[in-house]
Design a protein around this ligand. Sequence first.
Ligand code: SIN
Length: 299
Amino acid sequence: MWEVRVSPSGEFSNHPFESEYFTAVPLTSAIGAEITGVRLTDLSDAAFADFQRALWHHKMLYLRDQHLSHSEHEAFAARLGPFAVDAYTGGLPGHRDVHPIIKEADTRASAIFGGGWHTDSPFLAEPPSVTTLRSVEVPPYGGDTSWANCALAFRHLSKTYRDMLRPLRVHMSASNNFATQQKLLGKALSFADPERYEEGIKGHFHPLVRTHPETGEESLYVDETYAVGIEGMTTFEAKPIIDFLIHHITQHGFTCRLRWEAGMVAMWDNRSVLHLGPNDYDGYRREMYRTTTAGGVPA
Ligand code: SIN
């Protein structure tokens, strides 16, 4: 007899990070927190160190009423580490590490950037660690971003399943995403940096269970946009495992969802979360800017 799948139960660890410099208010039991009491431009070194620890703990942070300029956004993101190469998008003139994500009110597209659950650019040998996203103009409704906690999801698997996954390596490639976009948009999608195309299609194999370099926490590293196989397995063998894991990670109990306001900044740790931004705001303009921070080789 099969068991009925119920919402996960047991340990949820998104308790508020304690800091003398700011207040963290958890968004859900699983992931995310609003940070109040600071401006990102004014963080002292000690406050910034605490802020980073809060990011590793909550995995996604957001702040209202920041209204950063491109320079302020770039300067804050530079404190997180060297910038990553962003395969898809080119930066702004004068701010090459600030990447626009803009959909105009009259744009009708059946697919947009980031519309499926994903971690950023895992098809690279060294995928980015942190992504920051800043809102300038947002729709009155729609255009929310959601995140899922892949470390919490890993802990909610049985020991037998966790032990089975640990030695596996997942094949991350942009090939399926390109094929889907081609089908939906009727035109080929490519990277802003054409030299990355071959690498993106070929992709890389990474640990399916990766260990966070700062916290030692284990986390699932698999998504619905880029995970195309598992090393040493046929597609028939790998697909049910990948499908199950995506279904497991993205269930309601492991997620949070942000309704954007103009002037916000959100950021997340791609090493332990998935995210998506649905294409559900035709008729309204959405103007966002993002940065990505270099990450090492996943281990
Ligand atoms: C992204 O995938 O980085 C973009 C998400 C969004 O625009 O909400």
